[in-house]
Design a protein around this ligand. Structure first.
Ligand SMILES: [Zn+2]
Ligand SMILES: [Zn+2]
Length: 149
């Protein structure tokens, strides 16, 4: 029983540490003088020393600065790119919960739905169901307004 509790405590601590890192690791990074941009969570990016670390909010900024996508973490080419897996059948928005479980090396990106459908992918039923990307209830209670085209 004692062992059970210690395992549980370690698990909770790891979970908490993970949450802290997740909040800290938003966005994209590159190394000054390097060629690639990464997800901030990429193992390659973790090796970039603080004095060389450059941060970007979007992939567009990184590309504009002359960086190209890392092959290890496979970051998106644009902030609005749609995501699919090489062996999958659906394409997703980047904020879809299905995307979080994808293997980075298995991801493919499409600039829009038409391009993804041309390759035989269908819209994900989870993230394309409606215009409520976040499950958190808004404090104002106002329904999310659809983005204008
Ligand atoms: Zn990377
Ligand atoms: Zn999805």
């Amino acid at each position: 029983m004692k062992k059970f509790w210690s395992v549980l405590v370690v698990g909770v601590m790891m979970f908490m540490a993970g949450s802290v890192f997740a909040a800290d690791d938003a966005g994209f990074v590159a190394s000054k003088g390097g060629e690639k941009y990464h997800y901030a969570t990429c193992p390659v990016a973790k090796k970039i020393t603080a004095d060389k670390l450059v941060k970007f909010a979007t992939p567009e900024e990184a590309i504009k600065a002359g960086y190209s996508a890392c092959k290890t973490c496979n970051p998106p080419p644009t902030a609005g790119a749609l995501v699919a897996t090489k062996d999958g059948k659906a394409y997703h928005k980047q904020n879809c919960r299905m995307v979080a479980n994808m293997d980075a090396a298995n991801k493919v990106y499409y600039k829009d739905a038409a391009a993804a459908e041309k390759d035989g992918y269908k819209a994900c039923k989870v993230c394309f169901k409606d215009a409520t990307p976040t499950p958190q209830p808004s404090p104002t209670g106002k329904p999310a307004t659809k983005a204008k085209k």
